[in-house]
Design a protein around this ligand. Structure first.
Ligand code: SAM
Length: 345
């Protein structure tokens, strides 16, 4: 069985990296084939656990917008006959709509939707077109001259990412990253439901909200009371109850239990009671303090500015960098998202 994933094109690699990480940590057996930016196929996925997989992917993914079951692969030349060869009664429940999406393709979307709708109707009794609230959605995706004919099995609800933008939360303070990126970072850290995730620079709790919503236990700490308390207010607002927050300088961190992952967005200069520390030193201090608080197989996913070279610092402390992605913020700043783990002993 093959699933067609339509992804955000906000970044050239992160959506696919997020999908790969989730599949890996959730033990979903599938091969990922990238067709083009925004379009990925999950191949050789077992039918047996499909509903469970849908549930996990829907709950977790930030940068994947749609997931459909592929019915057939066709081409612009053969689409009509291939559509007529499908037993649509297996896929359509009373009412349906056809929606076409193009990637580097010239096909006429309105005309293709109309034609496909007509052919499906002609092939199946007791079904009707309903463009506003169809029970079944036929998704046709064109990439150059290739056509994927698919059926929507589950809808991913992206409203949350709009509704939880930093300025819409009860406690707001500038500097919180957008929730989709926060979700992606949580996923890149390969954490699973029920495991413990820590953000030691929690600020307003943006990362912890995303981790809490996929069912993790979360701990946040920040050097300021205002942030510690604000994080708790925000987590409660989103219905997250399994959390603890602390007012703590990251360098004093001593967790009551080793964590399964650390996801964080450190400041570019940290505040301390004795003044601010800047430059590479904060990252070194952070790495040293976090190391013993992480389980041996735990991942750290963090953001940093491009001008900080994390590699020598990670090496010194005993970490290795396994993935890195750049996000251009403006002309003079690229934010680097790194996935890091302890070096094997
Ligand atoms: C970039 S912000 C994190 C934003 C956060 N991800 C959010 O969603 O709001 C960095 C945070 O690190 C905190 N911080 C600065 N120095 C710190 C230190 N020494 N120990 C712990 N937290 C510190 C700041 O108070 C700030 O809230």
């Amino acid at each position: 069985m093959e699933l067609l994933c339509i992804q955000s094109q906000e970044h050239p690699q992160l959506p696919q990296a997020e999908l790969k990480a989730v599949i890996e940590c959730e033990n979903i057996n599938a091969d990922i084939e990238k067709i083009t930016e925004g379009l990925v196929i999950l191949k050789n996925i077992s039918k047996d656990n499909l509903l469970h997989y849908y549930e996990i992917l829907t709950k977790r993914l930030g940068y994947t917008h749609e997931i459909h079951e592929i019915i057939t692969k066709s081409s612009t030349d053969n689409l009509e006959e291939d559509l007529l060869a499908i037993d649509w009664s297996k896929y359509i429940d009373e009412t349906f709509a056809v929606r076409v999406k193009r990637f580097h393709s010239e096909i006429d979307t309105v005309e293709t939707e109309r034609l496909a709708g007509f052919l499906i109707l002609s092939q199946c009794d007791n079904i009707k077109v309903n463009l506003t609230k169809p029970k079944s959605l036929v998704r046709i995706v064109a990439f150059h001259n290739e056509i994927y004919v698919a059926i929507e099995r589950i809808k991913l609800n992206k409203r949350h990412f709009e509704d939880s933008k930093p300025h819409k939360r009860p406690f707001f303070y500038p500097g919180s990253m957008n929730p989709k990126l926060a979700r992606c970072m949580v996923n890149l850290s390969r954490i699973k439901e029920g495991e413990l995730l820590l953000d030691p620079f929690c600020g307003t709790g943006g990362i912890l909200i995303e981790a809490g919503l996929i069912g993790c236990k979360v701990v946040g700490s920040d050097v300021y009371w205002k942030m510690k308390n604000g994080t708790a207010i925000n987590l409660e607002h989103y219905g997250i109850t399994d959390f603890r927050t602390f007012k703590l300088d990251v360098r004093e961190l001593k967790m009551y239990e080793k964590v399964s992952s650390v996801v964080t967005d450190p400041p570019y200069g940290i505040s301390t009671s004795t003044g601010d520390i800047e430059g590479n030193d904060i990252f070194k201090e952070f790495f040293y303090s976090i190391y013993d608080n992480m389980k041996d197989d735990a991942y750290l996913c963090m953001a940093s500015p491009h001008y900080v070279n994390l590699k020598p610092i990670a090496d010194e402390v005993g970490f290795e960098i396994v993935e890195q992605y750049g996000i251009k913020m403006h002309r003079s700043l690229t934010r680097i998202i790194s996935v890091i783990r302890k070096k094997l002993k």
